[in-house]
Design a binder for this molecule. Structure first.
Ligand SMILES: NC(=O)c1ccc[n+]([C@@H]2O[C@H](COP(=O)([O-])OP(=O)(O)OC[C@H]3O[C@@H](n4cnc5c(N)ncnc54)[C@H](OP(=O)(O)O)[C@@H]3O)[C@@H](O)[C@H]2O)c1
Length: 272
């Protein structure tokens, strides 16, 4: 699959490989994305915390012809993040950056909110870290005049789910940030894509309470995401029926949406 092109036809140098950075590469969607992008024309920068899983993925991607560098820095530590991305940009400014690492949390029982330490950790990795990544990468991309930032939101960003209020808030937040940034950066040659997946088979998805209609495999999701990135689409949202349904939740009167969410069974935390 062709996903972007960074060759230069007018120089005698061999074309430089396109550099693709993926956080959360040890997860289901991040790993599937790494495999889609793993070609001889690509240098992959993969971030993940699970060493064994990261090494195994790197081996697979190298076998497919890609060159790979790995990182396990603490993404939520801004000083570490800045140092990592600044060093990376002195070597090779990434062409595509997919801020995919994320977590979820749920109310523990109907009468209780989500645990506060979990909420803070979630907002850090789902919302603050991707915005910080843009802060540290955009100046270099702007100076070069190209780049593609990709933010992984969720269909839960259309309307807050009682099963995951903080997760929904983080995903609505990163959706709004990506949309705003797209308009801001377009004149500088930098594209921004917001991805809104529905249910995709993964440890995170498995841990979610409530029904999971139209669940996709990570491989299918990764192919669709990569196609959307390649076309610099503003939004990549799937699967169609769930996207259409959840989009309506955002545009209907809020009282009607509340009723629908309850009717569809998305108010059960599974914690009773
Ligand atoms: N699966 C779905 O149904 C679904 C739907 C909509 C959106 N999404 C979004 O898609 C993205 C990928 O999720 P997934 O389904 O592939 O889940 P997953 O398999 O559980 O993977 C989550 C990834 O995020 C990383 N991560 C979590 N917290 C981190 C932290 N504090 N610092 C660094 N890395 C951290 C994990 O790293 P380690 O493995 O090292 O812990 C893992 O690589 C997430 O942003 C998620 O919100 C998923």
């Amino acid at each position: 699959m062709s996903v972007g092109n960074t060759t230069s036809e007018h120089t005698n140098h061999p074309p430089r490989p396109r550099c693709v950075l993926i956080t959360g590469a040890t997860g289901a969607i991040g790993g599937a994305l790494a495999r889609v992008y793993a070609t001889p024309e690509t240098h992959l920068v993969l971030h993940g915390r699970q060493q064994q899983a990261l090494l195994a993925l790197a081996e697979e991607c190298r076998a497919a012809g890609a060159s790979v560098t790995l990182s396990s820095i603490k993404l939520t530590d801004d000083a570490e993040l800045k140092q990592w991305l600044t060093t990376l940009c002195t070597e090779h400014i990434p062409d595509i950056v997919i801020a995919n690492a994320g977590k979820n949390t749920h109310p523990q029982a109907d009468s209780m909110l989500e645990p506060w330490n979990e909420v803070e950790a979630l907002l850090d990795i789902n919302l603050k870290t991707p915005i910080a990544m843009a802060q540290h990468l955009v100046p270099a991309m702007q100076a070069r005049g190209s780049g593609q930032l990709v933010f992984i939101s969720s269909l839960a960003g259309w309307y807050g789910l009682p099963t995951a209020p903080s997760y929904s808030a983080s995903k609505a937040g990163i959706k709004a940030y990506g949309e705003g940034l797209r308009g801001l950066l377009a004149p500088h040659g930098i594209g921004v894509t917001v991805v809104m997946p529905g249910y995709v088979t993964s440890p995170m998805c498995n841990a979610m309470p409530g029904p999971k209609p139209w669940e996709w495999s990570p491989e299918r999701a990764a192919r669709v995401i990569a196609r959307g990135i390649s076309a610099n689409r503003a939004r990549v949202s799937f699967p169609f029926p769930l996207n259409f349904g959840t989009w309506w939740l955002a545009v209907l009167p809020a009282g009607v949406s509340q009723w629908l969410v309850k009717r569809l069974g998305f108010n059960h935390t599974g914690g009773e």
